[in-house]
Ligand binder design. Sequence first.
Ligand code: CU
Length: 531
Amino acid sequence: MITRRKFLHRSSLATTALLMNRLPGLHQAPAVKPLTINTSTLAKFVDPLPIPPTIQPVDRRASPANPSVTVPCYRAAMRAFEMKVHRDLKPTQMWGFGSGFPGPTFDVRSGQEIMVEWANELPDKHFLPIDHNLSGAGKDQPEVRTVVHLHGGKVAPESDGFPEDWMVPGKSATYHYPNNQEATMLWYHDHAMGINRLNVYAGLFGVYLIRDGVEDSLNLPSGKFEVSLVISDRLFTPEGQLFYPVSDKPDAPWVPEVFGDGILVNGKLSPYLDVAARKYRFRVLNGSNARFYHLSFENGAALNQIGTDQGLLPAPVSLKAFVIAPGERADLVVDFSAHRGEQMILKSDAFAIMQFRVSADKVDDASSLPTALRPIPKMAESQAVKTRLLSLDEYQNRVAEPVLMLLNGTYWHQPITEKPVLNTTEIWTLVNPTDDAHPIHLHLVRFQILDRRRFDIFSYTSKRELKFTGPAVPPEPWEAGWKDTVRAAPGMVTRIITHFEGCTGRYVWHCHILEHEDNEMMRPYEVIAAT
Ligand SMILES: [Cu+2]
């Protein structure tokens, strides 16, 4: 599952070395001041973990679903600001929602609709390198464009943040979120065509929590004992500014993936959190452009995973380690009671992500880690009225650099080919002959993973014959719930099953490696009414 390229990127030194190789001229002139710092040389665990504020409504407005009722309306403005990501770095220029990164947290109830006015109050010029060759990012387009997508939200198409529905600075758009879905952690982020990877890297995302009665009844750790951990990686210049790498072609700066050697949690590099010796609930989001994390505690302590992208699992899964891909979420309960006075490090391979400083004091803990959480009815393959075979394609140049990624051999602007019928079930068979794992995300729907299965890549790429070479492997226990993003592993066929419900209209599905998404690994799809 870990390709050579990914493996190399896991070490910060290797990342810097690769980066140097990609930068024109640098390998001939080693005395030139480096473009990026090695963040592993910064002191670790010197900044407390920031907790983003919870956003409050500003007024009430008539519901688009029923104009005779008014619903809470929030306003979140996208702005440029400077923030300290580490004690020893100068303030970093970022873009975000409100005045911090991550943006404020939405905390709403299932079944209680809200509206959000997303306002673009950003400057007119982008500060990260736009590639004007990418779809929708031509020189004739405004540089700064944003559109907000609620990832995992069951939302009407006009409020879903279609990538071409962007707005320029000075404009705003008011979206309607019905919240007719089960308790879970969603996240909102920019989705603008052709520059999404830059806008998200700049900081345009935040957390959106939905609560419901089932979750309430479980007596999980809550209040200050429930903490969101938003993980993302970045590169920094010696001046403490964001560095987004470019190719060696000045007219085509796009790079296939970006891996930072600095890992931020809630906007700080390797922060610490003081915790009581009791249970905590951690809501983990991988908001990185391309990096997968392999999370574990350095001391081997258990992580109890209680939920995934779209809500609670049937029962907690006790793990020593798990993988989280860009766009995925994990809901965890960690019990620190056996670790009084210890300092525990959450790590991902060689990276120390953050430190938990467990108080030496004994405390009463009335919260629970129930043995049963929420029943997940398993979707039967026999329910599916259609199976779609969809390939994930990567095109390389003569020196084996990826230059383009497509879904099923089709570009963004080609006519829509995936048109599921409302209230029907389909199986999507994702064939991945590339050597990358692609986290595939479908807007609107939740799905279940059926299985992953190795196949003969040569037969497929040369003759389009799908020959399996291994057994079907069921999803990992931590993925065996409702998902909205799935790791399509390299050299594997990944099958998902989903029921298209909620709305008709035009949505998108895409790879959540944002460099891939911006270079054609995204397609529109349309839910159509039954005839
Ligand atoms: Cu991808």
